[in-house]
Design a binder for this molecule. Structure first.
Ligand code: DAH
Length: 344
């Protein structure tokens, strides 16, 4: 009997060695320890032994059963722990890894130029106003001393909305709207979109201007020059020079167009041995229209031109952005091609 138990013990050990899964273990357990299992049967046979043999053999059989039970439990637990360990390794989170980076957008070069221009004038004490995109002819033209038969209307390439409303062709009507509603002194700017049907490498049917004007007693052309000098030097650099050329606008008298020294060649008219193409070898770039506000404009808003004087100016922001960032085709500013925009 003892020999049978020893042989059975070795067989079970073998069978357990061959186990690879919980299912294998369960099969082995049933085969030896189940109701009809081999060890169970042997244990049942103990009762048939001679009484003096029984305790020793019973003891041996019980010990074997306990060993097998323990072994099965130990294997189960070991495998369970191994599986858990494996899972933990697989799910390990490295909290020191950098987070996922979301692609942020950034300010459009045109918006950047507009914001910068506005910030410069605000720092000089100008307040910011906006006017409607759909304007009436009175504010866009008449009140600005451009009567309906005036040839200056031709230059404006106006989009008509109906008989009396248009898309504003410039930001100058905001001058009228501000002055209609308040008394001098006024220092105001009006940034925003304007519209003209014109479309090529340097013109877009929608573009942006910053209008500016200052009205008080005894405002002079020198004040205009001072403000604009500061503006272009902050915008394009301290070395930038200005040139005032006599010009004509119906709403200013006298009127001037203002050039800055070329941002590419610095006025030298040549770069890298060739003629400068940005200023077309003139050394100057036209950038602003300006002048002293016309008495007819003051009369239109109910101011006395004998008492107040003022200056006004208008600057095209697309042109500023193109010069500042070296962009040669205005349409790039509106196509929203990310390959272009990401360069800024
Ligand atoms: N409104 C003009 C334009 O769009 C620009 C301009 C010129 C504005 C002279 C002014 C000014 O205020 O004084 O062409």
């Amino acid at each position: 009997m003892k020999a049978t138990l020893d042989a059975l013990g070795a067989e079970i050990e073998n069978a357990l060695d061959g186990c690879r899964s919980d299912e294998d273990l369960e099969r082995v357990r049933i085969a030896y320890l189940g109701r009809k299992g081999r060890l169970t049967e042997v244990m049942r046979g103990v009762g048939a032994l001679a009484p003096e043999e029984r305790p020793a053999v019973g003891e041996l059989a019980n010990a074997l059963k306990r060993r097998v039970d323990e072994c099965i439990t130990a294997l189960r637990e070991r495998w369970k722990a191994e599986r858990r360990q494996h899972e933990l390794e697989r799910e390990r989170l490295d909290v020191t890894l950098p987070g996922r980076v979301w692609p942020y957008g950034h300010v459009h070069p045109l918006t950047a130029a507009l914001d910068e221009a506005v910030a410069i004038f605000v720092s000089l004490g100008f307040s910011v106003y906006e006017g409607p995109h759909i304007e009436d002819e009175y504010h866009n033209f008449e009140a600005l001393n451009i009567p309906s038969d005036h040839p200056a209307r031709d230059m404006h390439d106006t989009f008509f909305v109906d008989h009396t409303h248009i898309l504003r062709t410039h930001t100058s009507p905001v001058q009228i709207r501000v002055m209609e509603n308040q008394e001098p002194p006024i220092a105001a700017i009006a940034p925003g979109a304007v519209f003209r049907h014109d479309d090529d490498v340097t013109h877009s049917p929608m573009f942006h201007q910053v209008e500016g004007f200052l009205v008080d007693r005894a405002v002079t052309f020198g004040d205009l020059k001072g403000v604009l000098s500061l503006f272009v030097q902050r915008m394009f650099g301290d070395d930038t020079r200005l040139r005032f050329r006599p010009s004509f606008f119906p709403f200013t008298e006298p009127s001037a167009e203002i050039d800055i020294s070329c941002v590419i060649c610095g006025g030298a008219r040549a770069v890298n041995g060739g003629t400068c193409r940005v200023c077309k070898a003139t050394g100057w770039l036209e950038i602003l229209g300006a002048g002293m506000i016309h008495p007819a404009v003051f009369r239109a808003v109910g101011y006395d031109p004998e008492v107040v004087t003022g200056f006004a100016f208008g600057v095209g922001i697309e042109r500023v952005a193109m010069l500042k960032y070296g962009i040669t085709d205005i349409r790039l500013l509106f196509q929203n091609d990310l390959r272009f925009l990401r360069q800024f």
